[in-house]
Design a protein around this ligand. Structure first.
Ligand code: 5GP
Length: 248
């Protein structure tokens, strides 16, 4: 596998050019950060698990006819993807009240919503990812009303698709964050979908199996990520991606 020029380096991933101008290679690193990068660590194998979990989620979405940037998992740690013109927003869907929602508003921790809540934040470390409304987003010139409507529709479909898939695997999806980009004239789901960007709870015990373990400084993070991978991947995935049994 040949990597081209490093195009961008984020908090947990690097993006490389490939031989194809419309495609990029995403390398999932073991870095983990929280609180806008204030807390930082390296967790061996985190990139491995996040890449295979993301690949599986993207394939589940593609199978439900949701457009994503995913092309294929080249090998654990590396995803080949369509090169997007990213929109600097973080789109959060919430099914259960927790995290910043219960810190900022009088919701009861663990309260389940009848309808999912969608929240759109401005992705900016400089400004601390403030929440947007449609008028602010369009006045900033980062997106259009039509795109915002489309983004909300796609996010709801991602939510119902992933929630249903995960329920069958014994996992709850309290909330997650998506990023979107433009590809020709289409909006595609980009970035990653992993325990770094989703809350995932054991359906029976409500035990946390995601990055909240790092945010709170508790638990064996990699054991949780490995548990998520072992629950969502099937024998066929393990075979085609040549995953070692002792890692799952
Ligand atoms: P909260 O707003 O409660 O902190 O986060 C809601 C959901 O969005 C969680 O699943 C969280 O992982 C995800 N999320 C929100 N902002 C970010 C972010 O800047 N980075 C990452 N990795 N996930 C985020």
């Amino acid at each position: 596998m040949k990597l081209g020029k490093l195009l961008y380096t984020g908090k947990a991933k690097d993006i490389y050019e490939t031989d194809h101008p419309d495609e990029v290679m995403i390398r999932f690193r073991d870095d983990i950060t929280a609180g806008d990068g204030e807390k930082h660590d390296k967790i061996p194998m985190k990139g491995y698990y996040n890449s295979i979990i993301s690949a599986k989620f993207f394939e589940v979405l593609e199978a439900a006819n949701i457009g994503t940037h995913y092309i294929k998992l080249v090998k654990p740690g590396y995803i080949l993807a369509r090169k997007l013109e990213m929109i600097p927003i973080e789109v959060i869907a919430r099914n259960i009240a927790t995290g910043s929602l219960t810190r900022r508003y009088p919701f009861k921790e663990g309260q389940e919503f009848k309808e999912p809540i969608i929240q759109i934040d401005y992705k900016s470390d400089e400004y601390g990812d403030p929440m947007l409304n449609d008028d602010i987003a369009t006045a900033l010139g980062i997106t259009t009303m039509e795109e915002l409507d489309n983004i909300r529709k796609i996010t709801l479909k991602v939510n119902s698709t992933l929630k249903g898939f995960l329920k069958d695997k014994g996992l709850l999806l309290p909330d997650f964050k998506l990023e979107f980009g433009r590809y020709n004239s289409r909006l595609l789901v980009g970035d990653e979908i992993s325990p770094d960007t989703c809350r995932l709870w054991d359906i029976k015990t409500r035990r946390t199996l995601d990055k909240d373990l790092f945010r709170r400084g508790e638990g064996n993070i990699i054991e949780a990520y490995r548990r998520v991978a072992s629950l969502i991947l099937d024998e066929e995935d393990k075979k085609r991606w040549k995953l070692k049994d002792d890692l799952l």
